[in-house]
Every structure is written in C-alpha cells, then in structure tokens.
Design a protein around this ligand. Structure first.
Ligand SMILES: Nc1ncnc2c1ncn2[C@@H]1O[C@H](COP(=O)(O)OP(=O)(O)O)[C@@H](O)[C@H]1O
Ligand SMILES: [Mg+2]
Length: 387
C-alpha cells in the first residue's frame, strides 16, 4: 500500500500558506495567528510521518508557532494602561484543539462547558458568579489540552489567556504580582468573556519550599487572592474572567488560594475505555491490523499507569516501528537521492500490528507509582472531586 498522507498534508500547508498571505495583506492579525497555528500543526504531523526530514520539519513548525504566539515580553516598570493591555494581549492564545481531540474526560468536559456558559448567559435572576476551576492530577493527563479545547468551545477567538505561574515567577521575579494584576485587568477589558488558564499553579508552593523570597511570594498570593475573588468586577460580574488553574501537586497550593477555586477536579490516569479512545486519536490516519486487540492492549496500558502523554509516546514508537519494518534503510536511500527524487519519494505504510505496539510498550515507562496515586486519591477525598 503506497499512501500519500505526505502529499495531502503538504497540499494543505500550501493552501494554508496562501490563506496566511491573504490575511497578512488584509492585516488580519487574528486570522494570521490562527492559520499559523494550523500550519505549525501540519508541519508537526508531517514530521511525525516523515522521520528523515523530521528535524527540518520541526524547525518549520517552530517557526510558525513563533509567528502564532508572538509573545512579546513587556516591561512593566510603568503601569500605564497601554502597557497593561499589551501584557495581557501578549498572553492571548488561539489554539486549534477541540474536544474531538481529547479521549474520555466526558464529565470534566461537561463541567467546564457548563461553567463557562453559565458564567455569561443572560436571563438568570442575578448573574451567576464565575466559579474558578482547579484541575489537578499526574502529568500528561490532558489538563492543558482540555483547557485549550474549552477556549474553542464557543467558537470565539481571542478570549483565551495562557499563562504559566512558574514562568511568571521565574521570568518576572519581583514583578510577578504586577503581571498577574495586569493579566486580569486586561482580560476584564476584553470585549468577550475571557478564560484565563494558569498552568503550574503549584509553582508558588515549590518556590516557598525552596526558600524563595517570602515577601515577593506573599505579594503574588495577595494579588491572586484579589483577582480570583472577582470583587474588582463587582459592578459587571460578566466581565470576571473564568480562571482555570492546573497543577500536578495540589497539596503545595496555599489553602487560601485553594478556597478561591470552587471546583477542584481530579484529572486521573485514563481508564481502559479512555485508553482505547486516546489510542484511536493518536493513530488517526493510520490503520490497525485486525490482530490487534485494543481492549487487551488498553488493559496493559492501565496496568502500567500510562498517562495520555505516555499513550502518545506509545503510538509514535509503534508508527516508527511500522515504518522501519517496511521501508528498510529509507533514511540512507533518501540521503542519497537528488532533490527531485526526494520530492517523488513516498514512504510505504501498512496497518499497525502487535509487534509495533510491543516495541512501544518496551520503550515507554510511566513515572507514576501506586504511592503517588494513593496520595492523589486521599487529597481528592479531602479537598476535591473526581472528573
Ligand atoms: N485525554 C487525552 N486525549 C488525547 N490525548 C491526550 C489526552 N491526555 C493527554 N493526551 C496527550 O498527552 C499530551 C500531554 O497532555 P497535557 O494536556 O499537556 O497534559 P497535562 O497538562 O495534564 O500535563 C497531549 O498533548 C496529548 O497528545
Ligand atoms: Mg500541562
């Protein structure tokens, strides 16, 4: 079977690049960012199925991501309103992820979408108070992914702010509390309802443990308490951003801060059914040999404490193993070709079989232990709910 997945993706990139140029000539920067993200995604896809050009293709992807993110680092030494809006603007992020890209997590999707809609919907006797949500759980379970998808739920660009507390603290040490206020002030000025995603929300706790400057930390905690509380938007509650925090170690989060998140949701490792869904998402565009018993494979992954990220790794290794198997020495042949021959070169694909996944299982090791899972369970019983 000779497949032209590479052709299809390359053609899509050509088409998107034309659209990008059109958006550029119309100075439509929003559209430009959106298309740039799509192009970066497609280059990453190409890189996955085209290992010989992987490095080069990933570089292109990185270049387009750069264009998309345009994260200007703004100096906050003066706090005029232009600087504040600029800083908030620089954290805006339009992602191409949708809920279709996420396996399982049905209850979590439902809680998030309902919370978002309720916080801005009209017709209630009094406006619903925006309730912030803290997602916690082992790394790689889809917390960042799902927040990105929520940003697209109302098909509204330009209302999602993506910030990591860890990077605010490390990059702008001493200024972090100002940056946080600027982010929330900017988000409140946005015409549409804003979602603020604060990744690595436990960073403050670890900074404290590592003996960080406690004065600066206290200032950051105070800023967050004020901003999460919503009192600054008292006169117009609809303007209070919906804040989604995400962290791996919720026990490191200050108790007062925790209380500002009405919903604290445990994003657990995937169960058997979810593993099947995630594998199907991760091997999109490839076919499975009938010999592969997905339920059995999925049980094995659950026993090994695989996260979504581990499943992504499992599938990549399986795909590479399949490509290696039926294109022996493809990298050497490709290197010896002329540019014209390389254009014409097609990699062969076959359905993924048990050996391919065996290779994946042998290569992917989960860092999670049963003790850590017990710690999550017990914290969830005391402070959180399960997704
Ligand atoms: N539920 C899921 N469905 C599909 N892919 C997933 C899922 N969870 C994780 N992944 C894969 O793992 C990667 C890492 O997930 P991420 O959201 O960054 O984890 P976290 O923020 O919880 O550490 C994602 O980019 C995706 O490829
Ligand atoms: Mg994350």
């Amino acid at each position: 079977m000779s497949v032209s997945a590479i052709d299809i993706i390359s053609e899509t990139i050509r088409r998107l690049t034309m659209q990008y140029n059109n958006a550029q000539s119309g100075s439509d920067s929003l559209k430009m960012r959106q298309i740039a993200i799509e192009i970066a995604d497609h280059y990453n896809q190409l890189a996955e199925i085209n290992p010989t050009r992987e490095k080069e293709l990933r570089q292109y992807a990185g270049m387009w991501e750069q264009k998309a993110v345009e994260r200007k680092i703004v100096n906050m030494s003066s706090d005029n309103s232009k600087t504040i809006t600029d800083f908030a603007e620089s954290l805006k992020f339009n992602s191409a992820i949708t809920f279709d890209d996420i396996g399982g997590c049905d209850k979590l999707k439902s809680v998030l979408t309902k919370t978002l809609v309720l916080s801005e919907i009209n017709g209630l006797p009094h406006p619903a108070k925006t309730s912030n949500i803290l997602l916690f759980g082992p790394p790689g379970t889809g917390k960042t992914l799902i927040a990105n998808a929520l940003a697209n739920y109302l098909r509204r660009d330009n209302s999602f702010y993506n910030a990591s507390l860890e990077s605010l603290l490390s990059k702008y040490y001493g200024q972090a509390s100002k940056q946080i206020s600027a982010l929330f002030d900017g988000a409140r000025q946005n015409s549409a309802k804003s979602i603020i995603f604060l990744d690595e929300f436990d960073a403050l706790g670890s900074a404290r443990e590592n003996g960080g400057d406690s004065d600066a930390n206290n200032k950051v905690v105070t800023s967050l308490l004020i901003e999460l509380d919503g009192s600054k938007a008292k006169n117009n509650p609809a303007k209070q951003p919906l804040t989604i925090g995400a962290c791996n170690h919720p026990w490191n989060v200050d108790e007062a801060l925790l209380s500002r998140f009405r919903k604290r949701i445990y994003v657990d490792l995937p169960n058997t059914k979810t593993v099947v869904e995630i594998i199907n998402i991760q091997i999109r565009g490839y076919t499975l040999s009938p010999e592969v018993d997905l339920n059995k494979l999925s049980d094995e992954c659950v026993n090994r404490y695989y996260s979504g990220r581990d499943l992504e790794g499992l599938c990549s290794v399986a795909i590479e193993s399949m490509i290696d198997d039926i294109n022996p020495g493809y990298e050497v042949k490709y290197a010896a070709m002329t540019e014209a021959e390389r254009e014409q070169f097609r990699i062969s694909l076959r359905p993924l079989n048990n050996d391919d996944f065996g290779e994946g299982l042998a290569n992917i090791q989960s860092p999670i232990t049963s003790d850590l899972l017990k710690q999550y369970e017990s914290w969830t019983n005391d402070y959180g709910v399960k997704a």
